[in-house]
Write a protein that binds this ligand. Sequence first.
Ligand SMILES: Cc1cc2nc3c(=O)[nH]c(=O)nc-3n(C[C@H](O)[C@H](O)[C@H](O)COP(=O)(O)OP(=O)(O)OC[C@H]3O[C@@H](n4cnc5c(N)ncnc54)[C@H](O)[C@@H]3O)c2cc1C
Length: 540
Amino acid sequence: MLRINQLKLPVGHTDEELVNKVKKLLRCQETPEIVIVRRSIDARKKPELFFNYILNVTVRNQADVYRRCDKKQVQIYEETPYSFPFSNYEGKIRPIIIGTGPAGLFCGYMLAQAGFHPILLERGKAIENRSKDVQCFWEGGSLNPESNVQFGEGGAGTFSDGKLNTLVKDKYGRNRKVLSIFVEAGAPEEILYDHKPHIGTDILSKVIVKMRNDIINMGGEVRFNAKVTDFICNENHVTGVVVNEREILKTEYVVLAPGHSARDTFAMLYEKGIAMEAKPFAVGMRVEHPQELINLSQYGKSEEKILGSAPYKVTAQASCGRGVYSFCMCPGGYVVNASSEPGRLAVNGMSYSGRNSANANSAIIVSVTPEDYEGSGPLAGVEFQRRLEEKAFSIRNGAIPVERYGEYRKKIVTGQEFVYNKNKEKRIPDTFMPCIKGKWEFGPVHEILPGELGRAFVEGMEQFGHMIKGFDDDNVLLEGLESRTSSPVRIVRDEKLQSSMRGLYPCGEGAGYAGGITSAAMDGIKVAEMLAAHILEQEK
Ligand SMILES: Cc1cc2nc3c(=O)[nH]c(=O)nc-3n(C[C@H](O)[C@H](O)[C@H](O)COP(=O)(O)OP(=O)(O)OC[C@H]3O[C@@H](n4cnc5c(N)ncnc54)[C@H](O)[C@@H]3O)c2cc1C
């Protein structure tokens, strides 16, 4: 086939215009078979917006066509799709997978497809019941520490924006494999080629249920309300897991994909002497802007029907050297109460596939390192998070505290009270209100982050105000605290992807080897490959 790069067309073009542009470039009369490999947005001439395409094209007499066309834009191309290195396993060994987030789910899916009949154990509930618990909590009900935005079928990403882009380098094609499995399970085809693919929480929930049923139909088992509370080992090799402090399941192959919020599981691993270390991460606030303001900045117009709500990515360095950057940006989204422990408050962001709330939000976060954590030891970062979350919880007794940036900045920079100035020119009206899932109240968000972090946050916001007009407007809304940005610990694994306890395979974000849905899923596939190889080796 031929690969065409950098083929540009205005947003809103027809399929016919695409075909004609390809035919013109290849100087051929026949209608070629076209597969879109990548579609990205070119907004350099905004408000005139273009799509930039990478295409795979098949034509009958390719050699002639290739001889005639412009080689700068067209190459001969061979595709090597990803394939799992094992299949049709008939042995008796059943690996156990802890966690049904993207890492555990994709690890289980690949092993089930290869015939290993994995057992997936999830401390939380199946999506149907989990959604009820989350909705009830957002409407003011009590938090269920085992069934919430962090814990339950599909993991942390279920109630999310469902952004699927990742920066992880991928020479094996695992990234595309993850996206194609999502499409086979019902996600829209566009995720295979959109530069910034996303599916939204409404579609992601259905996709995860389909994958769960596929795993079961392929001979796997998925158990909910099944928390692994201990490991059994013999001569430093795992021989089984304890579920809910009573039931023992025997196996010598355990994938540990607990996610970044499984603090009790981290404590159990530490007590068992499994090698782990504290890891840097970042903390900050959710920041909300009117989506129109972001569209204007990114697209040059306040509304763009075809492209929908515009995303942004901003990054800066504070004078103290810390990085300040946007994270998990949710166009047309909601800020959500993503807490998982009573008396501690954490927020995050999500959106539905339509991305059609009036507000854009992202976490503006400041980098922290083990030097910032009180005390040392691998779990010091967890305690750092907990202290800040308790602070955030205490401000409005568990309701999400909201503060306007003008007040926040004044307090952090001068320590003085903010004086409202109705004549000051503002890009955002005083009536601008939050889009939040969960109880919220206006309150002193500026009290949450310790001194240097609070100042670095303001320095970052000021710099972003030069990149996106109105980004640091007085009426911008801040909500705290964004603390679960990645795992505060890493569970050490060797080149065979095993922990210091043999047979235990740390995996995904919680183990410190991924960040985000797709990279966690890719790590799940990587661990499945290694684990399958070890089982077959052992059975030789
Ligand atoms: C609200 C929100 C929005 C997000 N939005 C995005 C986004 O748009 N795009 C993106 O790429 N990333 C997003 N993320 C991050 C993404 O969800 C995570 O990076 C990803 O889910 C990590 O996958 P994982 O499988 O490693 O862990 P998780 O998804 O955290 O899954 C771990 C699972 O293990 C279970 N578990 C933990 N301990 C035990 C135990 N002892 N026994 C049994 N089960 C256990 C948990 O209940 C959980 O279901 C978001 C996260 C949140 C919270």
